[in-house]
Write a protein that binds this ligand. Structure first.
Ligand code: SF4
Length: 387
């Protein structure tokens, strides 16, 4: 079992097996696990309290950093994007988003602070929300999303997911503190459940003083079995964000193909059954697309649909992507939509656009745009070969 899991993706018990196989004492397992997940060291050569022969054995057994930083971009609003290159040549983006009073509330579905969380915050620190990817491309095909138009290339391993967090932490400024983690980059985390769940276990593991699962939010298109599994495996502690984007099946079927498999009624049932702790809410993501899902009548339907659920709604004026002609509504239409929700007691925020200059805003990850371009070139080539 152990050798099948990449070293960075191993849990402590798997490291114990690995150490046994290398003829080492079991306590080395915890030591190496902490080097990786507490100190963020991904190269055995830098694990200074291990003997040289053990470091050599680790390298020979295939322990190497799962990713390296290929590019770094910064936007004027403080958002930074790291482009990481994985061993296979795949590239993924992680987005570092500083939280301000203005964006705290909407904050890419970051959980609201409660007393317990405030106690854990270091004074004077800028809190960071980090957005990571779980797949290279995406199989869900949402029409407004560049990743969906690119199609799925492959799922990331847990070690590749965790490496995004560990490497991003090394790029924080001294006054910054990673506070929230959102699985909202490229890919559908629950379509890739095993690796997503393993990554959460690694990131929250007490041996390495990991994050609280309450600071992690998984965003899903609405894969009903995956929502149930996540709730059961983590007792509802992991935050849930749902990309709803439509108030009825008619609209949702057109923009999100997965809705035909898991229609809204089933999705709403799964949300009602999610074991949400007291004082927590599910985030409903609603991308507003001009004259598609942004009518006042849609807002009224949404109010009815969400009645009785503990939710907050993030309204996201659509970010332009090259793969789609859909566009954002005018400010007046956004305001009218929001007013209906607010007047009916639905907590909602319009998400501020963060990181536009570095193509880091939701749904427009530049790598996905690049994948779409390559897919078009392949399709065109196929057509040309036929004729
Ligand atoms: S919105 Fe999310 S689930 Fe839909 S295609 Fe894009 S990455 Fe995939």
């Amino acid at each position: 079992m152990t050798t099948a899991v990449d070293p960075v993706g191993r849990l402590p018990e798997e490291w114990r097996e690995a150490m046994q196989a290398l003829g080492e004492k079991p306590f080395r397992a915890e030591q190496v696990f902490r080097w990786i997940h507490e100190r963020g060291v991904l190269d055995p050569e830098q694990m200074s309290d291990l003997s040289k022969p053990l470091r050599e054995k680790l390298k020979e057994s295939g322990f190497a950093p799962p990713a390296r930083v290929a590019e770094k971009h910064a936007a004027a609003d403080g958002t930074r994007k790291l482009v990481l290159e994985l061993h296979s040549g795949a590239r993924v983006e992680c987005v570092i988003i500083p939280m301000t009073d203005l964006n705290d509330a909407d904050a890419s579905a970051a959980p609201e602070d409660d007393d317990e969380d405030r106690d854990g915050s270091a004074p004077g620190k800028t809190r960071i929300t980090l957005c990571v990817s779980t797949q290279y491309g995406c199989a869900m095909g949402c029409v407004f999303c560049a990743s969906g138009q690119a199609g799925l290339q492959r799922g990331l391993t847990a070690s590749e997911i965790v490496a995004q967090v560990l490497i991003s932490k090394q790029h924080l400024e001294p006054h910054e503190e990673l506070k929230n983690l959102v699985f909202m980059g490229m890919g559908e985390p629950l379509h890739h459940y095993e690796e997503t769940a393993r990554a959460i276990r690694l990131l929250t593991h007490p041996t390495a003083r990991g994050m609280s699962p309450r600071r992690i939010t998984v965003s899903t298109v609405g894969l009903v079995p995956g929502i149930a599994r996540l709730g059961a495996d983590f007792g509802g502690k992991v935050g849930l964000a749902v990309s709803l984007h439509a108030p009825n099946d008619d609209v949702r079927d057109r923009i999100m193909p997965m809705n035909r498999k898991y229609p809204i009624v089933e999705l709403m049932r799964a949300l009602r059954e999610y074991p949400l702790p007291m004082r927590r809410r599910i985030t409903i993501e609603y991308t507003l697309m001009n004259e598609v899902n942004d009518e006042v009548s849609h807002a009224r339907e949404l109010v009815q649909l969400l009645r009785g659920l503990r939710v907050k709604v993030n309204l996201i004026p659509m970010n332009p992507i090259s793969a789609s002609e859909l566009k954002a509504p005018s400010g007046a239409r956004v305001a009218a939509f929001q007013r209906v929700l607010s007047e009916n007691g639905v907590s909602c925020f319009v998400r501020t656009r963060r990181g536009d200059e570095v193509s880091a805003a939701c749904g427009q990850l530049a790598i996905a745009d690049d994948l779409v371009r390559k897919k078009r070139e392949r399709d065109a080539q196929r057509e040309a070969n036929k004729s």
